[in-house]
Design a protein around this ligand. Structure first.
Ligand SMILES: *Cc1c(COP(=O)(O)O)cnc(C)c1O
Length: 391
């Protein structure tokens, strides 16, 4: 798939107008990513997992296109509520909820929740007594970049007793939920999840439950060039599994990184340069406490583009803070750079600005909307608006 990539000229126009670091978001790319799902997974109702990137630029676009949302806290519920999203278009998909979160949900009319433990049933029964609930089931997936099944998901053998408890407590069990793990590149864990869930749904049916929804969670990969994922094949295989196992069940999904990963470029500048232990070291004006927080929180390696020609030299890139942990990458092949040169990272929309901090007093990157800028800049940017690299 294509992803949003600023050209050298476009990046230069932006840094002449704004100070770096900059986070540039393309809503055309948001639209492409979302439409691909509508076209290629027509059975799936999409709940964007906003934790991956809660920028209002992205959220507004997703609202315009009719998406629903996966929320995990009172803050996310209130933000969406203030942007006009109705509670019926949200699922509170954090299996462990805070009291503040449950109260915000009740107030906003959010009535769908996931859970994976007994205590959560009692909490929901108290604060959202008529809730529709989906039991999150644990699956095994050693292949995901980020394995979420260590933290969440009921053991399958406890599924029926949890569903029974939920019903006894006045909740309405309507389905099952899974999360195969973030950036899962294989469809194997989906099939494992499908067969497991089908078994539980059938067993529950005999006990009078009608579990009519399967939420396949997030995990769809960022379709960036270097991840070598063939998304068309992947979704075709997932669809085939859904049709085989769940012809009679409504399917939901909570994509996060897939929607936002390829929609953002970060523009940074070289603010320092040294040779240390014989190696070239650059200091950028943003680092792992800012946009590049995904180095830690998301195990991600960013592609850094200086738009320069020349011999590739193994280079270290540091962030601007005084902390030694603030390293973006080591031995990264890069032409010789000078102070003030710009370095652009593409495909950095997921789990970057979302977890950026003001550590050490550095301001977070300014987030700007590419299509709006393009409009304002008129022909200067338009002439160079070939913002897609063919992969
Ligand atoms: C984080 C999360 C997601 C999104 O995961 P991605 O891997 O970014 O798609 C979806 N659902 C739940 C419950 C999550 O916690």
């Amino acid at each position: 798939m294509k992803s949003f990539k600023l050209t050298k000229e476009q990046a230069e126009i932006l840094v002449n107008k704004y100070p770096t670091p900059l986070a540039v978001i393309s809503t055309d790319q948001v639209e492409k990513n979302y439409r691909f799902l509508l076209d290629n997974m027509p059975r799936v109702r999409v709940f964007y997992a906003m934790k991956a990137n809660p920028s209002p630029i992205i959220i507004e676009k997703m609202i315009d296109m009719g998406s629903s949302f996966d929320v995990a806290s009172d803050g996310e519920i209130r933000m969406l509520q203030s942007m006009g999203v109705r509670g019926e278009n949200m699922i509170y998909a954090n299996p462990i909820k805070t009291v503040q979160g449950l109260m915000a949900a009740a107030e906003a009319g959010v009535n769908r929740f996931t859970f994976d433990s007994e205590r959560e049933v009692y909490k929901m029964a108290e604060y959202v007594p008529d809730a529709e609930v989906l039991l999150r089931v644990r699956i095994k997936n050693a292949k995901a970049l980020v394995n979420l099944n260590e933290k969440f998901g009921a053991e399958p053998e406890n599924a029926i007793s949890l569903l029974n408890l939920a019903r006894e407590q006045g909740l309405d069990p309507v389905g099952l939920a899974v999360h195969v793990g973030s950036q899962t590149l294989s469809t194997e864990p989906y099939y494992e999840a499908f067969s497991l869930c089908r078994g539980i749904i059938d067993e529950a049916r005999q006990l009078g439950f009608s579990l009519n929804i399967l939420d396949i969670g997030g995990g769809l990969p960022v379709p960036a060039p270097d991840t070598c994922v063939n998304l068309e094949n992947m979704v075709r295989e997932i669809n085939a599994g859904l049709d085989k196992f769940f012809p009679d069940i409504e399917i939901w999904a909570e994509p996060g990184r897939y929607i936002c990963g390829t929609v953002m470029n970060a523009i940074t500048r070289v603010i320092g340069k040294q040779i240390r232990d014989g190696k070239i070291c650059y200091y950028l004006d943003d680092g792992v406490y800012g946009i590049f927080s995904g180095v830690f929180f998301d195990h991600w390696e960013y592609e850094l583009n200086s738009f320069k020609q020349g011999k590739m030299l193994p280079s270290t890139f540091f962030g601007p803070s005084c902390d030694s942990l603030d390293v973006l990458t080591k031995d990264y092949p890069c032409p010789d750079l000078q102070i003030d040169d710009i370095v652009v990272a593409s495909d950095c929309g997921a789990y970057t600005v979302a977890s950026a901090t003001n550590f050490n007093g550095f301001a977070k990157a300014r987030v700007i909307h590419w299509e709006k800028e393009k409009e304002r800049l008129g022909t200067a940017a338009e002439q160079k608006s070939d913002c897609e690299a063919v992969v």
